[in-house]
Design a protein around this ligand. Structure first.
Ligand SMILES: [Zn+2]
Length: 532
């Protein structure tokens, strides 16, 4: 039984883990890399495994960095089912075609330039058609339901409290009569969220693969986030500008709508118009309403409700901008509006228009309520850049830039450590993934100190053998991970190394020669990496 880390290793995005047993290969998540140009380019690389050999996918939740490459997996030959909760499946039906649409638009724009300059034309990673084609492979599962996905492999999805339908996945694998359990946290949510339940505590596991997004951060003042939000709104309205909120279409937007309703009802903010300008956020809101049994407050469906794409009577201040005309009309608003728009990291979608129209105005405020990955427009604004480029135009940053931490859908360091401490039996091995370097290192140190486990930080492309008592690293293909290299070749390297290691264990073998051969294999790997 082996595990390979093909994404979200040493970085936040691109979650993709391959588990191989004797007879079965499956993925946990198949997400897109987001952030810097270099990271995004990886989405175009060939998979480092053969998609035709993947039997099924277990999907933790509907964020693009976890599900965004599933259509590409299909495109390259994957035929199996994708197991996810019902809400995740429904959200993917919104998120994946949207992701395809963004790529098609981007490629179209780039190709116009390529055509003029005589460069070869690009192809989108996948099209809307690819995205829609893979949706009927999704199999909706319920929380806490044990399902045997393959002989000897049983899985249970548990509520991760991160976004609607998000799951921690418990996997029990029986091989040669021995049962091993692996738990993937997916993304872990905060406790005391407005709509969702707290993340489920797990009793025991042999191996834990754990997210680390905020491994080095504390959500200070999480309890005061509503007061902070109210004061930002009041200050912006006093200045006479707009409040622009880049927000993830799934969960953050619905949380915000709900919280704004609470503030209005309690008279803590003036009666202000709230515009949700993101077709995807609006469709996602509909999925929330369809799955309102997962929402902790029954009022949710009424507050955020859509009836024939219109909001309910209960919340007259709320407006959903669906059409392009509705969206463009918002560009003409000089003040008095809260505009919630996607993408959450401001690197695509309608939010860029709102930033272009408000960033340069002192009277407006840009409010960040979520994680901003390195290299994104959101991160650059947040880090204080004075000028940014939007749609090829230079825009001065004069608006107030504010961040409220408490809205994060991710547990902070304390939340993560408390969650690990809640195991009845300590995990034998912990792999830290889904974090930037500082977060991973910090969380590793704190877990060592407070839980007494030396967690591992796997490199991208690394593979571990889980069947042995003491865990061993099989191979690292870090140097190969960015290049277009055939998956069979990767497999061949692993096979050669395994065989050499096996031969080395036989009595009377010339280990010196074998060591030399192994070094040569490593050298070839490195050289191919350089050539690529
Ligand atoms: Zn997530």
């Amino acid at each position: 039984m082996k595990i390979a880390f093909y994404g979200a290793a040493g970085t936040v995005t691109g979650s993709c883990f391959l588990v191989k047993t004797e007879n079965t290969n499956f993925l946990v998540d198949c997400g897109m890399f987001q952030g810097s140009k270099e990271l995004k380019e990886r989405n175009y690389d060939k998979f480092l495994f053969n998609p035709e050999e993947i039997d099924f996918v277990l999907l933790t939740h509907a964020h693009v960095d976890h599900c965004g490459l599933i259509p590409k997996l299909y495109k390259f030959g994957f035929q199996g089912p994708v197991y996810a909760t019902k809400a995740t499946s429904e959200l993917c039906a919104v998120v994946l075609p949207d992701s395809a649409h963004i790529q098609e638009m981007e490629v179209e724009r780039k190709n116009r330039k390529n055509l003029r300059s005589g460069r070869p034309l690009l192809e989108p990673i996948y099209t809307v058609m690819d995205a829609e084609a893979c949706l009927d492979k999704f199999k909706g599962v319920s929380y806490e339901e044990m399902i045997e996905v393959s002989p000897g492999i049983k899985v249970v999805f548990q509520d991760a409290g991160h976004v609607l339908g998000s799951a921690i996945i418990e996997i029990c694998i029986t091989e040669d009569g021995i049962e091993k359990k692996i738990v993937f946290t997916g993304d872990l949510g905060n406790i005391n969220q407005p709509i969702l339940d707290d993340p489920t505590n797990i009793k025991k596991t042999d191996v834990l693969v754990m997210e680390s997004t905020y491994g080095n951060r504390y959500h200070f003042n999480a309890d005061n986030k509503l007061e902070e939000l109210a004061s930002v709104i009041k200050a912006t309205m006093k200045k006479g500008g707009n409040l622009i909120v880049p927000s993830f279409a799934v969960e953050r937007t619905q949380d915000l709508i709900y919280e704004l309703k609470v503030l209005l009802d309690e008279g803590k903010i003036p009666s202000v118009n709230i515009y949700v300008d993101s077709p995807m956020a609006i469709e996602a809101t509909q999925v929330f309403i369809n799955n309102h049994e997962f929402c902790t407050d029954e009022r949710f469906a009424k507050v955020c409700g859509l009836e024939g794409k219109k909001c309910f009577e209960e919340f007259k201040n709320l407006h959903y901008a669906l059409s392009v005309e509705d969206s463009m009309a918002l560009n003409r608003l000089k003040g008095g509006a809260i505009i919630i728009s996607a993408s959450g990291m401001a690197d695509a979608g309608r939010i860029k228009h709102h930033l272009k129209h408000n960033l340069w105005r002192q009277e407006s405020t840009i409010l960040f309520v979520g994680y901003q990955a390195q290299g994104t427009l959101g991160r650059r604004i947040l880090e204080g850049e004075k000028k940014v480029r939007i749609h090829g135009e230079e825009v001065a940053v004069k608006a107030d830039i504010v961040k409220i931490e408490g809205f994060s859908a991710h547990a902070d360091q304390k939340g993560l450590v408390e969650w690990v401490k809640a195991f009845n039996e300590k995990p034998k091995e912990i792999f830290l993934v889904h974090g930037e370097e500082a977060a991973l290192d910090n969380l590793q140190r704190v877990i060592a100190g407070e839980v007494g486990i030396q967690a591992r930080i796997p490199e991208i492309g690394s593979q571990y053998d889980l069947s042995q008592e003491s865990l061993s690293k099989v191979a690292t293909f870090e140097q190969l991970s960015h290049v277009q290299i055939k998956p069979e070749l990767n497999e061949a390297f692993i096979a050669i190394k395994e065989q050499l290691e096996d031969i080395a264990k036989m009595p009377g073998k010339d280990t010196r020669t074998l060591q030399r051969l192994l070094a040569q294999v490593n050298e070839i790997e490195r050289e191919i990496g350089k050539v690529g």
